[in-house]
Design a protein around this ligand. Structure first.
Ligand SMILES: Cc1ncc(COP(=O)(O)O)c(C=O)c1O
Length: 416
């Protein structure tokens, strides 16, 4: 995202984007205007490095799709859809080693749409126990309640590891048929023990729904060994595509159960969507440009070493970043028994420095590199305690080295 690039924004739009970014000062960009044309000094264009898990720079392969698609759009119900749909669904299942056991169901919605679709379609009338130890566990529980699903919550302080014996007691006490939790807890930078909970749910004979939005294609995960019946995923996190689509991986035997179940949510009905997609179609208009970007991101992922390659890429970045944080005296938010996520790190705010002042300093960073940095606040209860730095998207290792230097300078300036 190049917010200040005048190729993408007219003057009005530029003004709006600056207004939207509030405290971020616009950098001067020299535009020599003549009556007929303007010449832009591109050296002055600032690249905003996204250190967030939301929107970040993507590969050329993904970016090129929009241009090609503009030249040759594809009709969403026409015959051209089936081969693309078949290829994408197969590549996902193949990469995650679930071809024989699970179905990939693609939705035109960002990740939260897939959470709604999954709980709305999967949970049976016995209700669900949701583990809430971060913002997205809370979202899952809220969506269940809003859909009228019988919902029980195992609520913990954010980031704390859920205790297996408590999970077992609550399942037995409430006689629920399903347990739901988040794998990569983006709000605290930690991973829930899905493998352990999967073993428990399997032994107790309850279904397991996992929000894998922040972990699929970027964390070690064995969907079958961990007994995951339903994995909620989106295209824009570990896979590095745009946030227009999400997808759900549902075990084949779970889908069989859904045939007779009453659908709670129109438009996001997984059984209905699967019925159409296995024929290579979609019940509604699907975003084919985004589907082609999904495919391009998968090809890129495969070409660059699949899951092992993606994890190594992130570990190499983290080696630079986490050493940098330590050298700068920053304290990491960690909790016993909860591994850290590959996609980023939650750090305590240093004494006397607010998130806002640090974020503003980094967003206005200017030392001639023509890049500045967007970091992420924490959510909810933790927003005055921690902040987050993510290492997602298409950036070089040198970018993270430069960022650490910028972070050090900003911290020193703010504490002096
Ligand atoms: C674990 C998790 N679940 C759900 C979401 C929500 O996804 P979206 O913002 O695409 O709706 C996010 C977004 O960061 C997430 O990290």
């Amino acid at each position: 995202m190049i917010l200040l690039d005048p190729r993408f924004y007219g003057d009005d739009m530029k003004a709006q984007s600056w207004a939207f970014y509030g405290s971020i000062k616009p950098r001067k960009i020299f535009i020599k205007r003549t009556k007929k044309q303007s010449t832009i000094n591109y050296k002055e264009i600032v690249k905003r490095i996204s250190l967030t898990p939301a929107v970040f720079h993507l590969s050329q392969r993904v970016n090129q799709i929009a241009t090609k698609y503009a030249e040759q759009p594809i009709v969403p119900r026409g015959p051209a859809l089936k081969p693309i749909m078949d290829r994408v669904r197969f590549m996902v299942a193949d990469q995650l080693k679930i071809v024989d056991t699970h179905e990939t169901i693609i939705l035109t919605a960002a990740g939260s749409g897939a959470i709604a679709a999954t709980v709305g379609s999967c949970v049976d009338n016995n209700g669900i126990l949701v583990v809430v130890n971060d913002a997205y566990g809370q979202r899952q529980a809220d969506f269940c309640q809003q859909l009228g699903i019988t919902t029980f919550v195992y609520e913990l302080e954010w980031g704390l590891k859920p205790e297996l014996k408590v999970v077992e007691r609550l399942i037995n006490q409430h006689k629920v048929g399903t347990i739901g939790l988040v794998h990569g807890c983006t709000s605290v930078g930690l991973l829930n023990p899905v493998k352990e909970i999967g073993m428990l749910s399997h032994n107790l004979g309850v279904r397991l729904i996992v929000d894998g939005i922040a972990s699929v294609f970027v964390e070690e995960m064995d969907i079958n060994e961990w007994h995951i019946d339903s994995l909620i995923c989106s295209t824009n996190k570990g896979l590095h595509s745009n946030p227009d689509l999400s997808f759900c991986l549902i075990s084949k035997n779970y889908l069989e159960e859904m045939e007779t179940r009453k659908n709670r949510l129109p438009y996001l009905d997984l059984f209905q969507t699967w019925q159409a997609q296995k024929q290579g179609s979609h019940p509604f208009t699907i975003n084919i440009r985004a589907l082609l970007e999904f495919e391009a991101a998968l090809e890129d992922f495969i070409e660059r070493g699949g899951l092992a390659g993606r994890i190594k890429l992130y570990q190499d970045r983290l080696a630079i970043l986490r050493k940098g944080y330590k050298d700068l005296g920053l304290k990491t938010f960690i909790r016993e028994g909860m591994a850290q996520q590959n996609i980023g790190t939650a750090l305590y705010l240093p004494d006397g420095i607010s998130y806002q002042s640090l974020a503003t300093a980094l967003a206005n960073w200017d030392n001639g590199d023509n890049e500045n940095y967007e970091i992420y606040s924490a959510q909810g209860k933790l927003s005055n305690v921690i902040f987050r730095i993510f290492n997602m998207g298409e950036y070089s290792l040198e970018t993270y080295e430069r960022f650490i230097k910028a972070l050090g300078t900003c911290l020193r300036r703010l504490s002096s």
